[in-house]
Design a protein around this ligand. Structure first.
Ligand code: SF4
Length: 297
């Protein structure tokens, strides 16, 4: 199986960690399954092409995913795993063209997506810390990920992702404490605002949030309109349906495109330079039938 350039070193350019659907064989529309829910109108088993997938790997309902109930497709982000697996690890030969089962390609995609997501967080962590030991640790972790990718499919599939995830989690917590420290120096701790807090549906507009550790918090439908989220750790926070209109997220920690895609915002929402304003936000602010903004092929 093809491997990535063995001499390659981890890049700090996050563009390689963003989806490029044009260079992907629609792996997210094929490898993963989904169940009928508020995010999908049908069941689809893993390892089978979606019924809306065209022969050229485009989506036949791309322009109307949300009105047709495929909201989940407009939220998903592969962190660049799709093009990496399609073009580099499998040499540009699609699962349609390959002889035999495609299970190996789909399984590789699943692992690589996790590695790419972890790389995304590590790149940000390296930018956020001034501690030399953390910088060195992050560099080692990123080099380890790159070597695994360089090793090709067999190494990727054998990789202990959960062990790596635990190691990275501890690094991200350390970096978060360092980055949030300046915001918390003059404020009393807020008992409500803590990791994994259940803040679903809560009106948080008047709360002082800067520097809060909301890692893993449930913010489904929370009202954050106009809020200043500088220095807020949102690692893994569930932002589905959260109102972000006019909020300042430009200096949040560990925010991802998927979280933004799942939330609601508007043209006044301030975002980190590394993330895009979801296409469906503008429409959602003015009508009840949002469209576009898909991360689909
Ligand atoms: S983007 Fe289109 S083809 Fe892909 S899973 Fe969604 S509906 Fe199906």
């Amino acid at each position: 199986m093809t491997s990535i350039d063995a001499s390659s070193t981890p890049s700090d350019d996050r563009s390689a960690l963003r989806a490029n659907c044009a260079d992907c064989f629609a792996l997210c529309c094929t490898a993963f399954g989904f169940q009928r829910s508020t995010d999908f109108p049908i069941d689809k088993p893993a390892g089978t092409p979606c019924l809306n997938l065209a022969d050229d790997f485009s989506c036949t309902i791309h322009e109307s995913l949300r009105p047709r109930g495929f909201r989940g497709c407009t939220v998903f982000d592969c962190f660049g795993a799709g093009q990496l697996v399609s073009q580099e690890l499998f040499g540009g030969t699609s699962w349609r063209e390959r002889p035999g089962p495609s299970a190996e390609m789909f399984a590789t995609f699943s692992v690589v997506r996790q590695l790419q997501e972890m790389s995304w967080y590590l790149v940000e962590a390296a930018e956020r810390t001034a501690a030399s030991d953390l910088v060195a640790h992050i560099s080692r972790l990123r080099t380890g990920i790159q070597r695994t990718l360089d090793g090709g499919t067999s190494e990727i599939l054998a990789y202990d992702v959960e062990s790596l995830r635990a190691d990275i989690r501890s690094v991200l917590i350390d970096v978060s404490e360092e980055a949030r420290g300046g915001y918390l120096a003059d404020t009393a701790p807020d008992d409500d605002l803590h990791p994994s807090a259940d803040l679903a549906g809560r009106d948080l507009r008047a709360r002082r949030l800067c520097g809060a550790d909301l890692r893993g918090a449930i913010l489904i439908g929370a009202d954050l309109r106009g809020a200043d989220l500088a220095g807020v750790d949102l690692l893994g926070a569930d932002l589905r349906g959260a109102r972000l209109d006019g909020a300042d997220l430009s200096d949040t920690l560990f925010l991802t495109q998927m979280q933004l895609n799942a939330a609601r915002g508007d043209e006044a929402t301030l975002l980190p330079a590394t993330l895009d304003r979801p296409g469906h936000w503008a429409t959602a602010s003015h009508t009840s039938s949002p469209t576009d903004g898909e991360l689909s092929p």
